[in-house]
Design a protein around this ligand. Structure first.
Ligand SMILES: [Ca+2]
Length: 276
């Protein structure tokens, strides 16, 4: 699968033929096959059968502007009560070393972002709250609605060629016996030089990601507006095991980045916790 930016014919890759048609349920890979397809001008609905788990999964691809929106719409069959997590095992975006201007960017830890051309990046297999890949012709950005660390960045080699690929993390369909009732949605965006600075890189994708973030509630907006010299920023944390210490790390990084000025750093946000 390829994404092509019509304005420049620049290409980014998605799942390739070399990726086996597997789906991961509850941490185990299963072979899957598409047993039904319906489509319109800007969407395709797939029924994906996983015979060894006795379930069928409804999977929808829809185009929204420059984003491809993939949604799990239904899980059914005798195996459905046993489904806890579902993970699509193929990459959602990929760049290869032979593409001019190749690069990737992602969050490594609270103090370190990995950003650069593929030749400068070491191998990686890392969960991350945000991830971008790009070439000199197009940037790819991703956003999904997972409540825990949403993506994985892999930098590795295949057939002697280095690549960087972004994967969705596992979708928690059910926590023990509780079903939150929120269907998985993952958006893949391809764009050009959005900030018009003459270079295509992760920052052009970040402008799109910012637009995907939930807006600040009006009450909070008024509060900050009336509170004097506030500045406010969005951050995403991977708070699976020790959310407090992760947020402390992030606060520490913000504090140190503005230590030459008198600042008070206030963290205000939401933590989603789940007992797995
Ligand atoms: Ca740019």
């Amino acid at each position: 699968m390829q994404y092509k930016l019509n304005e420049s014919d620049a290409v980014l890759y998605g799942a390739g033929m070399e990726d086996s048609p597997a789906i991961n349920i509850n941490g185990m890979d299963y072979m899957a096959s598409v047993t039904d397809v319906t489509y319109g001008s800007d969407f395709m609905n797939y029924t994906v059968s996983v015979p060894d788990f006795n379930v069928q999964i409804g999977y929808r691809f829809a185009l929204e502007g420059q984003a491809l929106v993939r949604t799990i719409t239904d899980i059914s069959g005798p195996g459905e009560p046993n489904v806890q997590t579902v993970r699509i095992t193929s990459p959602i975006l990929k760049v290869k070393e032979r593409q001019a201007g190749n690069g990737a960017a992602w969050y490594a830890d609270a103090l370190t972002d990995r950003i650069g051309g593929l030749s400068t990046l070491g191998t990686s297999n890392q969960l991350t709250p945000w991830a971008f890949v790009y070439t000199s012709g197009a940037v790819g950005a991703v956003y999904n609605n997972l409540p825990v660390t949403p993506f994985k960045m892999v930098v590795a080699k295949e057939a002697g060629q280095k690549y960087a690929a972004i994967y969705d993390n596992a979708y928690p369909y059910r926590f023990k016996t509780l079903k939150p009732g929120v269907w998985f949605e993952s958006k893949t965006y391809i764009g050009g030089d959005t900030n018009a600075n003459g270079t295509i890189d992760w920052q052009d994708g970040a402008i799109w990601v910012r637009d995907q973030l939930p807006p600040m509630p009006a009450e909070l907006k008024d509060f900050f507006r009336n509170g004097g010299n506030w500045s406010q920023t969005h951050m995403a944390f991977p708070p699976i095991e020790h959310p407090d210490s992760r947020i402390d790390d992030a606060d520490d990084a913000v504090f140190r980045s503005c230590r030459a000025t008198e600042e008070i750093v206030l963290s205000n946000g939401w933590i989603v916790a789940a007992e797995l």
